[in-house]
Design a protein around this ligand. Structure first.
Ligand SMILES: Cc1cc2nc3c(=O)[nH]c(=O)nc-3n(C[C@H](O)[C@H](O)[C@H](O)COP(=O)(O)O)c2cc1C
Length: 175
């Protein structure tokens, strides 16, 4: 079942204009909200675009003619993150204090993608964007980490095989 979700989830670049039902949208958001995060900080905020902000955020993701498939996409969710927490390492000098915000946001967004897949929806994580345009469009100073495109794929959109590096290239079994 989970394996099926992994193969069915793919970056959709062919959306129909069919709107996303509100209850399904809420389920997708809830899937992100319950994701794990370092120290349970939940360093994310999901900005669900409405009528006014949708075209502005699309413009910001379509700079230089990129992401043309977003034109039909009925729903965009902007994921922002608050500023990093300043950590005091004095008690644990060997501790490598990492900024886990990108990791945490990735977990939340992946859960949203998989939840969407289970609901028959399609997604695409959009990283090619103009941060400043989006901040202005949605009225935030928070860092924009990703825009999640959400909608129904056109019927002609088939599941593609996953092109990935091999096990040998990816995994080292240590002594
Ligand atoms: C952080 C991130 C940013 C991405 N940005 C874009 C993007 O701007 N436009 C796009 O079409 N796909 C984008 N993708 C989708 C990747 O190209 C895609 O996940 C990868 O090629 C694997 O294909 P799959 O998602 O269909 O399995 C992004 C994916 C990630 C994780």
């Amino acid at each position: 079942m989970l394996q099926q979700m992994f193969t069915q989830r793919q970056s959709c670049r062919n959306y129909s204009t069919k709107p996303v039902e509100h209850d399904k949208l809420v389920k997708v958001l809830e899937a992100g909200m319950i994701a794990p995060s370092s120290r349970n900080r939940q360093p994310w905020h999901f900005h669900v675009c409405g009528e006014k902000t949708l075209p502005l955020v699309k413009d910001a993701c379509q700079i230089y003619g990129k992401n043309p498939f977003l034109t039909n996409c009925p729903q965009l969710i902007v994921v922002t993150t608050p500023p990093p927490v300043v950590v005091d390492k004095s008690a644990m000098p060997l501790w490598t204090a990492q900024d886990f915000r990108p990791f945490d946001v990735g977990l939340a967004v992946m859960q949203m993608c998989l939840q969407a897949t289970e609901l028959g929806l399609s997604t695409c994580m959009i990283g090619l964007l103009c941060q400043e345009m989006i901040q202005q469009a949605i009225g935030t100073n928070e860092e924009v980490k990703i825009v999640l495109a959400l909608g129904y794929a056109n019927e002609a959109d088939e599941i593609r095989p996953k092109i990935r590096r091999t096990m040998d290239e990816t995994v080292t079994f240590l002594d």
